[in-house]
Design a protein around this ligand. Structure first.
Ligand code: UDP
Ligand code: MN
Length: 312
């Protein structure tokens, strides 16, 4: 009798423990056992994405990284990504778009953003396009081909909507990774709008590289590109302070890829109308002993605040 009771008790214990095990295993994973992504996980994912990008485009064609210097241009980006994807796919170019989003609070620095973007892509791609977000090519004869012999300036002065001087090199410029490295990239001294491209032109010339431009283009400044640039709402930051004007008129032999100070704060993989994009949130650092004009507005603002306080 005692034995039967004991056996019943034992079988209840066994059944109960099986039931508890089944219940626990069907519960959702609690937050403290969650395999949350760490930044090194993200790095690995990114690595995988890009190595698989290289492998998946089985062709032997060189791979293009489209580097887009960027801040506060969301509407332009919404047009840019689908347009460029259609345009480059028609040319069968293996490409990926990198939005180089300036995340710090200094004045916009197009050249340093391109330097930072280059550092991120140089081991995975064969050539880069430094590409304004508001300049959309509409002539299919503008070929974004591998610039084997030297920099290929897609938005040449004969077809750019706005700039027509012969040494103009801005807008859209393609370079082999090796050539950009050889030039030590662009100068890091250009905070605010303008002149960084003109300095880069001199670098190219001094390095003995020849600039190429698309041939057999029958369209002109009005019908080769769409310049999605609203002058009223997208004001250019042309302020000059300290000795900025004087310094930025000169060729810079000191700064470039090897002096760039930056960090990547986040990396986001997005899809925009089906187009994969990588957004890099970039924090540029400014050495104020070298380029105090990375913040010339704040000085004026402080003064205004003090003045307005006085009035009160
Ligand atoms: N840009 C940006 N945010 C800014 C200023 C410039 O994203 O606040 C980027 C954007 O890609 C733009 C490029 O830098 O197309 C060149 O600037 P902008 O169009 O003002 O110059 P421009 O048309 O006179 O060459
Ligand atoms: Mn523009």
């Amino acid at each position: 009798m005692l034995k039967t009771v004991y056996l019943r008790f034992l079988s209840i214990i066994v059944l109960a423990s099986i039931a508890v095990t089944v219940m626990i295993s069907s519960l959702p994973i609690s937050s403290d056992t969650c395999k949350c992504e760490t930044s090194s996980d993200l790095d690995r994912q990114h690595e995988k994405l890009h190595s698989s990008f290289k492998e998946s485009t089985k062709s032997l064609k060189p791979k293009l990284a489209v580097l887009v210097p960027f801040r506060d241009r969301f509407d332009e980006l919404l047009r840019f990504a689908p347009h460029m994807s259609t345009f480059l796919t028609r040319q069968q170019i293996p490409f990926h778009i990198f939005v180089l989003n300036q995340n710090d609070r200094y004045r916009f620095n197009r050249a340093s953003l391109i330097n930072a973007g280059f550092m991120q892509v140089k081991d995975h791609y064969d050539y880069i396009a430094m590409h304004d977000v508001d300049l959309l090519p509409i002539n299919d004869n503008l070929k974004y081909e591998y610039p084997a012999e030297g920099p290929l300036h897609i938005s040449g002065p004969a077809f750019h909507p706005k700039y027509h001087y012969p040494t103009f090199i801005g807008g859209i410029l393609l370079l082999r990774v090796e050539h950009y490295q050889r030039l030590n990239g662009m100068s890091n001294r250009y905070w605010g709008w303008g002149l960084e491209d003109d300095e880069f032109y001199v670098r190219i010339k001094e390095a003995g590289l020849e600039v190429f431009r698309p041939q057999n283009i029958t369209t002109g400044p009005d019908n080769t590109f769409l310049h999605n640039h609203d002058r009223l709402h997208r004001r250019r930051d042309t302020t000059k302070c300290y000795n900025q004007r004087e310094v930025t008129r000169r060729r810079d032999r000191e700064t470039g890829l090897d002096t760039l100070l930056y960090s990547i704060k986040q990396r986001h993989e997005l899809t925009l109308d089906g187009v994969p994009l990588t957004v890099l949130n970039i924090n540029l650092e400014c050495d104020k002993s070298q380029t105090p004009w990375c913040e010339c507005d704040s000085k004026i603002e402080t003064k205004t605040r003090v003045d307005s306080k006085k009035k009160v």
